[in-house]
Design a binder for this molecule. Structure first.
Ligand code: NAP
Ligand code: GDD
Length: 331
């Protein structure tokens, strides 16, 4: 049976990828030690015989080296990262260490201990920063945050190791991807959760930051389809992955609230607290290359994504209401 290493397996994308591969591959997942449970997204597959989890951190080179030397995987997906753009301004050096230094740790370990491993790094549209949309592989990269800068460094490191050492190493340049497992610390999750809780009487308002920024929101399953095509391609290369047209945060909120029969303007407030020192205004993918060279065909519309996220957050909000009522009954 072929083997796969996945960093970030407790995260949104990593958890979907684990689930997708488990029946056909032996999957080794790297998870961080945390003071409370951080396996919520993979609890349903936690005891699967093909899943082996190990504690680790991308910033710990010896840990990554030992892991790769032991597993010698056929495939390696580096999905672990400090992935929150605003938080990267608060922890710039940690972000550089984890999101760029961590990639050096993976590439060096592969070069020295498992040179036949196929390596995919999760790059991001944040690398484009202030460049005008639509963005393709040829667009100038002008990142606007410690996160974007770190991911751009990682992207160049991947290219260096591919060209210098002949490793099968590639970077996906993925646009925003969402799902029912998206953390509500990101704006789509925050809006869907907030609207659902307002609908169920659990909160009165939703406080957001910059409403004017535009993003292309895609489904994580489509992005994973692209990653799998890339890592199984004849030769390693970097590809933009993303398809949906960009819309503003404001338009996203309007859609979500109206699906629940509410007007977003009655509930959404804006606070400076959620603004970033630099903003990335417009991100929209030109994914011609992956469509024509690898036959990538995305399936999810923005509406599909919002419906899935709203269903989940309505389910959670109703559950919260029931729990509250039970507590009252106990008194
Ligand atoms: P996510 O939900 O935030 O998951 C990030 C994962 O990385 C979590 O499992 C987290 O562990 C782990 N992690 C964080 N720091 C780590 C470290 N120092 N060492 C090892 N693991 C660490 O992010 P996602 O949405 O799944 O994104 C997956 C990857 O794609 C990330 O690299 C992200 O930067 C990139 N990306 C995401 C998007 C998007 O829109 N989702 C777009 C482009 C690129 P804990 O569970 O313990 O926190
Ligand atoms: N998180 C958050 N919270 N963002 C807000 C809020 C808020 O309350 N209000 C407005 N926004 C705006 C942000 O300023 C940004 O312009 C936009 O909503 C999207 O923010 P996020 O959902 O945090 O995502 P992101 O685009 O910054 O980063 C995500 O996508 C990148 C790919 O483009 C992350 O998943 C990154 O890891 C990923 O690389």
């Amino acid at each position: 049976m072929k083997t796969v290493c996945i960093t970030g397996c407790t995260g949104q994308t990593g958890s979907y990828l684990c689930e997708r591969l488990l029946n056909d591959y032996k999957v080794y997942g790297l998870m961080r030690k945390s003071s409370s449970f951080n396996t919520e997204r993979i609890n349903h597959i936690f005891n699967h015989p093909n899943l082996e989890l190990m504690y680790g951190d991308l910033t710990d080179g010896s840990n990554i080296t030992n892991w790769i030397a032991k597993c010698k995987p056929d495939y390696f997906f580096n999905l672990g990262a400090l992935s929150h753009v605003k938080v990267s301004f608060d922890q710039p050096l940690y972000t550089l260490n984890a999101d760029a230094g961590g990639v050096i740790n993976c590439l060096e370990a592969i070069r020295l201990h498992s040179p036949n491993t196929r390596f995919l790094h999760a790059g991001t549209s944040e690398q484009f920063g202030s460049s005008s949309p639509p963005q393709s592989e040829k667009t100038e990269m002008a990142p606007q945050s410690p996160y974007g800068v770190s991911k751009l460094a990682a992207y160049w490191l991947v290219r260096n190791y591919r060209e210098g050492y002949g490793l099968f190493a590639c970077s996906s340049i993925s646009f925003n991807h969402e799902s029912k497992k998206r953390s509500p610390t990101f704006v789509t999750g925050k809006i869907c959760r907030g609207a659902a809780r307002i609908k169920c009487g659990l909160q009165n308002e939703l406080v957001l930051g910059n409403l004017k920024a535009k993003r292309s929101w895609n489904h994580v399953s489509d992005i994973i389809d692209g990653m799998l095509l890339m890592i199984n391609a004849e030769k390693p290369d970097d590809y933009v992955i993303g398809s949906n047209k960009m819309i503003s945060v404001e338009e996203f909120a309007e859609k979500v609230f109206s699906k629940l029969g509410m007007d977003w303007k009655d509930y959404v407030k804006v606070s400076e607290k959620y603004f970033r020192p630099n903003e990335v205004p417009n991100l929209e993918p030109d994914s011609t290359k992956i469509r024509t060279e690898l036959g990538w065909t995305p399936k999810y519309s923005l509406d599909d994504i919002i419906n899935e996220m709203l269903d989940e957050h309505m389910r959670l909000a109703k559950q919260e209401v029931l729990l509250k009522e039970e507590k009252l009954d106990e008194r």
